[in-house]
Design a protein around this ligand. Sequence first.
Ligand code: MV4
Length: 449
Amino acid sequence: MFNKILIANRGEIAVRIIRACKELGIRSVAVYSEADRDAMHTRLADESICIGPAPSPLSYLNIPAIMAAAEVTDSEAIHPGYGFLAENAEFAEIVIESGYTWIGPTPESMRIMGDKVKAKAKMETAGVPLVPGSDGAVGSVDEAKKVAKSTGFPLIIKAASGGGGRGMQIVHSEPALPNAFNKCQSEAAACFGDNTVFIEKFLEEPRHVEVQVLGDTHGNLIHLYERECSMQRNNQKVLEEAPSPSLDEETRQAICAAGLAAAKAVDYVGAGTIEFLVNPDNSFYFMEMNTRIQVEHPVTEWITGVDLIEWQIRVAAGEKLAFTQKQIKIKGHAIECRINAEHPFKFTPSPGTVELYHAPGGRSVRVDSAIYTGYKIPPHYDSMIGKIITHARDRQKCIRRMQRAIDELAIIGVTTNIELHQRLLANPGFQSGKFNIHFLERWLAQMRV
Ligand code: MV4
């Protein structure tokens, strides 16, 4: 096992990884920007090292600074968390070639999954269901028109290097196709330095269900069931749960088997997530694979009893998975509410000083956060300041428990989305468990606040 791990991240996920290191008896190294001198991760790690100014390109995305920090601290492995450099295959390669262990999948699987056209081709050979669309990249408006003959409208044009909702164009009719195609291509070139785009039929009322997988370096690969992630706005998830309230047992087994097949196709090592779109008739399609730990991993940890960060570290150190697929059973229900420093209905960021923070507690409540009373939330980073996770025997009890946990939560000094969660948890549409990716935006639109 490692003696020392460097965590190339900040906020709640850096704290989460430091906690796992401490429980494993591994020394932790935090890297921090000038804006994060008083951040929780900087304080909690065994060692902390400044890697540059506040803007992330100069610090948390600054590969030479991070590699220098690994060298001077004599770290053995690097955990990237989520966001920042977590899905950067070049960074993973630099880490490995410099003699450190990368706590994550191989750069090769990151590269395949990072290119949505390559990923879809791989999934095709693995027999994972794909949304009907172009066979690979589409290079011209004429070609796009031909693809549209088979998909019909609406269709969606996506950047091969995009993902997570970035670089997409929805097209409702033929006359709108040329402009949308050119826009998608030029935005892809500007955002990702790669103008490759592809086309899919646009699914109009899907749910977003994702399958958690975990692989070791000995060829063992398991799934840890699914999460329901449809409760989102602007491609930002707001609340996630496990298991999905919308899947029947047959669809659950099928989608988890498809997730496993997807991961096997790239010999996946570590923790990963396969995102699917699920139609109202329960047909489902591969959307993309996230080759990192995700924000919402705690709901899976709670229903399966598997510590995902611990196992990311163990498999990176070469250990075998200590459990088989048959031993992974769903126990109860878990929900996560993301707490953001933003206006609850306008969604404008609200950085500033946390004058008072009181975390909820009691039975089956988990709080993953990096704030404290007196903490100054810097304006340079994501607005998510923490997560509340609850567990119970069934979904209804889990919702009730979350309602009482959120009622206990007090954050004074900055505006948060706590009120959004209170209103959402009480909403009959949420409580029914029958909602899709449009639910939150439609509900907010009809509230007109
Ligand atoms: C789609 C889709 C409908 N049909 N693809 C958004 C994020 C990125 N991973 C892909 N996304 C979508 N792809 C087809 N063929 C709808 C979305 C989508 C979406 C998906 C999941 C959760 C929220 C979403 C919000 C808007 C669009």
